[in-house]
Design a protein around this ligand. Structure first.
Ligand code: ADP
Ligand code: MG
Length: 264
């Protein structure tokens, strides 16, 4: 390297540190060599160096958002085996691009236990975090607890405003536990506060027709479903539980128990 080049490089490293851009310092020399070999323009070189810094910053931002999201496990869409849910491959690939988030559309994943609803919701949450959205994941009962708590402290409006800063909220397992009457109203307020403003992903093992019973209030449930599905992709998962795949049906405890009972 010529004397002036190494001086310039030292200055680049110094300036990168002043800008708190460590990746610029790391790659400036290596990329300069490549640039000379491959006759890049000055603009191409500068773009290549800055791109490294931006990519690294985006990645660490995504990592922070993923860690703050409260995901139950780190399951990505790439980990999902679509041969078992082949009808979902296309719709999920489209959702993974994230335009539903910009349009404040919702995603509803319905289907029996173990078919991959939580996995797909988590995968979409990770994809959203990579696209720069803040994400929060919790089960329906955790959401109700959180909102009840805020309500008790007279803080519900503030809590909903705080949640509005998240591009995506995931509400997992609607229907596993029935709610109290108050809870239905709190839930309704959450759904209303997001309506046409920001996205929700909901998962449920129950068809919409059964939500009235879960919320113990047909009118509130109907009003809520109306707002959820007005702009939504509703995807239905089918088939047997992935958790129990490969097991013989009659080796399942519940089946064995029934067989024993009928023998006695
Ligand atoms: P659900 O929420 O519908 O009850 P989960 O998403 O929790 O189901 O899936 C149960 C388990 O099976 C999880 O560990 C999940 O990662 C896994 N799983 C389910 N479906 C698939 C699939 N098609 N490919 C890979 N893993 C799957
Ligand atoms: Mg689940």
């Amino acid at each position: 390297m010529k004397r002036t080049e190494s001086d310039a490089l030292k200055q680049v490293i110094h300036l990168a540190s002043a800008l708190k851009a460590p990746r610029v310092a790391e790659c400036a020399e290596r990329l300069a060599e490549t640039a000379r070999e491959q006759h890049w323009s000055h603009e191409d070189y500068l773009a290549a160096v800055l791109e490294r810094e931006v990519a690294a910053r985006n990645a660490s931002g995504a990592e922070l958002r993923i860690r703050a999201a409260g995901l139950p496990a780190r399951k990505s869409l790439e980990d999902f085996d679509f041969t078992l849910q082949s009808g979902l491959r296309g719709p999920m690939a489209a959702l993974a691009l994230g335009s539903y988030l910009a349009e404040a559309r919702n995603v509803v994943l319905l289907g029996p236990p173990g078919t991959g609803k939580t996995h797909l919701a988590t995968g979409l949450a990770i994809a959203a975090a990579h696209q720069g959205h803040r994400v929060l994941f919790a089960s329906a009962s955790e959401w109700v607890n959180r909102l009840s708590e805020a309500h008790r402290h007279g803080d519900l409006a503030r809590e909903l405003a705080r949640l509005a800063r998240y591009g995506l909220l995931v509400i997992d397992e609607v229907g596993y536990l029935p709610f109290e009457q108050d809870a239905a109203n709190l839930f309704f307020q959450l759904v209303s506060s997001r309506y046409e403003r920001a996205s929700l992903i909901l998962t449920s093992n129950l068809a919409f027709s059964a939500w009235g019973a879960v919320f113990r209030d047909q009118v509130v449930a109907a009003a809520m479903i109306d707002r959820i599905v007005h702009h939504a992709e509703v995807l239905t998962l089918k088939g047997a539980s992935y958790r129990l795949r490969g097991r013989e049906k009659d080796s399942l405890p519940s089946v064995a128990l029934t067989a024993q009972n009928s023998e006695s």
